[in-house]
Design a protein around this ligand. Sequence first.
Ligand code: NAP
Ligand code: MG
Length: 402
Amino acid sequence: MTNKIKMTTPIVEMDGDEMTRVIWQKVKDELICPFVELKTLYFDLGLKNREKTRDKVTFDAAEAAKKLGVAVKCATITPNEERVTEYMLSELWPSPNITIRACLDGTVFRAPISIKGIDPYVKSWKSPIIIARHAYGDIYKNVEAKAEPGDKAYLLIEGGGREVKIPIHSFDGEGMVQGIHNTRSSIVSFAKSCFAYSLDLGKDLWFSAKDTISRKYDRAFRDVFSEVYESEYKEKFKEKGINYFYTLIDDAVARVVRSEGGFVWALKNYDGDVMSDMIAAASGDLAMMTSVLVSPDGVYEYEAAHGTVQRHYYNYLKGLPTTTNPAATIYAWAGGLKKRGELDGLTPLGDFGEKLERAVAETFESGFMPKGLCLISSLGEKTALGPWELIEKIKERLVNTI
Ligand code: NAP
Ligand code: MG
């Protein structure tokens, strides 16, 4: 083999839990370290170590990502009551993804890995649709109350010596009320991340909301996107030959289904929650979904969109064969290496990331694929392989391209 590819700046490596932790190590050992002199700043975000460090490790990892600009993260357990018993936790530690997102003030972009044979259910889609979901406010931070007959509900804002009281509804019968909020700064960060990422990919950006009905709330989103575009991105988009496009959410949904794909679709929190699952399911398989957190000042954290695949891990521990698809984890590593290569001007590192992605796609397209994909692939000849055999096959291809 030729000399290994050199790195200058390390990548922040965030290790995780269960089946993905096992795959993580295997991917490094087989697909990266034989080819790259891998430099990482390692943080063990596995639940055991989060407990041991009282979750400090998560904050340290996020801070390191801010400094180094590129991180790769393995899926991690978000503890629930069962995990408290299983891991003898002293506290219900928060989701690392939420902690990291809060530290970086970032937006999560989810994109399906598209390969031949896994055809989107929507026939017109030629390239992936990337979803950007605003991850703050709306119904995810709501307050709600029930109303009795005869109740009157108001929207009340107090502060700076002023009081605004707006009637919501006078109830004849039983009913309910909901209060939601958002902040301008969060929307600005969201918009900036979306424009930065679209520019980075060289793909159009769509944003949709319902500002004809919600003339202050949704209108604020539309206005912020427009302001950020006009002041910071209009010229850059023009240079790259890409467009920013706003339309009403219902119009957007109809257009998306008739589109050829290949753009970034930014959505408010709830719309993004719903549409990301629609896009994931319509694109083929949840295990083939990648995820990247982009901060408004350009920090990139790559991961698989799926979780730790707990059910497979328990089978693995019993020595049973597993059907885990390693593609999204490999793509997370490839994404991190490509970005590091780009930022550091290391063409061979960026090329290696590309080759790694291609080796995965070509392996699957040649008929060797995880069981889940065999069930939906339109290829004629298919062989279902477990994760270790797949990684071997991918490595064989990769070696031939290096
Ligand atoms: P999951 O790990 O995504 O797995 C759910 C099911 O989806 C699996 O049982 C499997 O279905 C299928 N699946 C997911 N990824 C796959 C892959 N790579 N290959 C093949 N099949 C795959 O979700 P979960 O079971 O709800 O969550 C498990 C743990 O992950 C939880 O502790 C949760 O907190 C955590 N989680 C972490 C993240 C993150 O770190 N970003 C995200 C989500 C969940 P079959 O069983 O039918 O084969
Ligand atoms: Mg959802």
